[in-house]
Design a protein around this ligand. Sequence first.
Ligand SMILES: C[S@@+](CC[C@H](N)C(=O)[O-])C[C@H]1O[C@@H](n2cnc3c(N)ncnc32)[C@H](O)[C@@H]1O
Length: 262
Amino acid sequence: MPNNRLFAGLDYLKALKKHYPLLLKNHPNLFGFVGNWLANEKEVGNDQEPAERFVRPENHTFNSLFNAWSFSIRGSIRWLGASCTYKGLINLKPPFDLVLYSNLIWELQPKTIIEFGSLQGGSSLWFADQQQTLCGGGTVHSFDILNECIHPRAKHPNLHFHEVDLEDLSSLDKKALKSLPHPWLVVDDAHCNLKKLVPYMSSMMKPGDYYIIEDVYVDAPLKVTSDAVALMNKCKLIVDKKYTDAFGTNVTCSPNAWLVKR
Ligand SMILES: C[S@@+](CC[C@H](N)C(=O)[O-])C[C@H]1O[C@@H](n2cnc3c(N)ncnc32)[C@H](O)[C@@H]1O
């Protein structure tokens, strides 16, 4: 990864030590979390070690420290306009996942974001804005069966909606998909036909592309998780723990399912 995209947290610690040594010495408790980081500098943001970071799905749990949705939908639905929206449109992602996606988009620099499940187009618009801000451009293609529900305000020059039935993969335009530039970030939030859709997409993915499977493995029963492992292995998708575990094990709506193509 180019140096200007690496985590720069250590630069803050270096600046503190260089410019404020007396403050650090005289007020060691002043810095809260930063004090812990200073004491464990080797660990701070050290996410580039592949052996630590990327694991086969059977070597990482589907269980979560806590269910990301349980925090996100705990508030009153009266305040949905503050908790589940973007620019006034429905955006159904736990706050944890918004942070994770933002950081992955920065790190991956996807040229193409493919979203399955547009709902109102709020998340699609959020992805398009994030990609524009963090990557300087690119394209978002969002697919849904109920395109009449996409709001007229879900508009962005780089955002394209497509009406498809994901139960019928022939409704996808494979030639058009194949022509989309990589890296890809595939966000699967339609919760349907995974056994066919994931292999279909992964056959077109290149090493380093990401496939995120939202929601279906939250509280997944054992049978489903063993099927999921088989599916992920068949598609050569491995788990990126940097994203599944950033807030604690699987504190995300995509437990064990921030997947990178090998
Ligand atoms: C959970 S919602 C998507 C939420 C949205 N991504 C967000 O974050 O706000 C799931 C979406 O999948 C769509 N969907 C369900 N079955 C589908 C199918 N067979 N083909 C295409 N889309 C489908 C639904 O219409 C719905 O908009």
